[in-house]
Design a protein around this ligand. Structure first.
Ligand code: CP
Length: 326
């Protein structure tokens, strides 16, 4: 281990991918550079390279997912790995089996990697502490804590459009309180040296101590968007809200919904991002979601290349171990 960071092996290479917090700028840059080499694999007639041939990966999604689960599956298949998609509703955990017994059962099937999404913050770290040392764990989103592969695909998308992070002002808008994406994005943007991160939203949806992460807080959306290069919109996470934190969705849209008119406060070449799933007419207007500034579907495509890079790295495989370049 390096220090007490369980994500790294003794030589500082990635063993698990659990959170952006605790990583470092050179490692993030390596992931972004490595993902570049996978970005065109999906455009080839045969969309496969043999980098993870013979490896077995289990997708363990204890929460719903469309983008993350399917892009991990595609990424694994493009790397020639075998992938198991566990159906949690029919698994033994729903019959009372405790999680560690389920994990040990999968270990006995000689799995090499677990990709985990769970409603509880810290679940991926807990699973890492329970499994055999040869297994790598990737966090696909744990409660409100982190969604580190989403952050990396977000950084990849920003770098494709904006090149130099140090010149950028980035706004993250909406339900930051319940957002694991926001937390991972803030850590990654700070690590990559952005000029400014702004957080925009109502008092009830912004964590009280968020300024400690080096961000500036705005409650007025028009002011917060002034001269912004990148806008990251967030979904209202009703499923995580306890009590009434909001007025009606219509009032929320009036104050914090991203419309074409409001977007004019930002720089003319602003890009609009959203991790999905998007709620049209709640946090974002359809004209913006489908408009010229939106890179939302590019984010989905980039998720495959980023996940190919991270899965290869935690397995200790680099391009020298197999064919990557066309
Ligand atoms: N961005 C994201 O995590 O989307 P899913 O919930 O569809 O995986």
């Amino acid at each position: 281990m390096t220090g007490n960071n369980i994500q790294l092996d003794k030589t500082g290479n990635l063993k698990h991918f659990l959170s952006i917090e605790g990583l470092n700028k050179p490692l993030l840059q390596t992931i972004l550079d490595y993902a570049e080499s996978f970005a065109t694999v999906g455009e080839r007639p045969i969309k496969k390279i043999p980098l993870l041939r013979g490896k077995t990966i289990a997708n363990l999604f204890f929460e719903p997912s469309t983008r993350t689960r399917t892009t991990f599956e595609l990424a694994a298949k493009r790397l020639s790995a075998d992938i198991l998609n566990l159906n949690i509703s029919t698994m033994a955990t729903s019959k009372g089996e405790i999680l560690s017994d389920t994990l040990h059962t999968l270990e006995a099937m000689h799995c090499d990697m677990f990709v985990v999404r769970h409603a509880n913050s810290g679940a991926a770290h807990y699973i890492t502490s329970q499994v055999a040392s040869h297994i790598s764990v990737i966090n696909a989103g744990d409660g409100r804590h982190e969604h580190p592969t989403q952050a990396m695909l977000d950084m990849f998308t920003i770098r494709q459009h904006k090149k130099d992070f140090t010149k950028l002002s980035v706004a993250i808008v909406g339900d930051v309180l319940h957002s694991r994406v926001a937390r991972s994005d803030i850590h990654a943007l700070n690590m990559l040296g952005v000029n400014e991160v702004r957080i925009i939203g109502p008092h009830t949806l912004i964590p009280k101590d968020i300024e400690k992460l080096g961000v500036h807080v705005y409650h007025d959306m028009d002011k917060g968007l002034e001269n912004i290069d990148v806008v990251i919109m967030l979904r209202l996470q009703r499923e995580r809200m306890k009590g009434a934190l909001l007025p009606t969705e219509n009032e929320y849209f009036q104050r914090y919904g991203l419309t074409s008119k409001r977007l004019k406060n930002a720089k003319p070449n602003v890009i609009v991002m959203h991790p999905g799933p998007i709620n049209r007419g709640v946090e974002i207007d359809s004209n913006v979601a489908d408009g010229e500034h939106s890179v939302i579907l590019q984010q989905v495509s980039h998720g495959i290349a980023i996940r190919m890079a991270i899965m290869s790295m935690v397995m200790g495989r680099t391009s020298e171990d197999g064919e990557v370049k066309s």
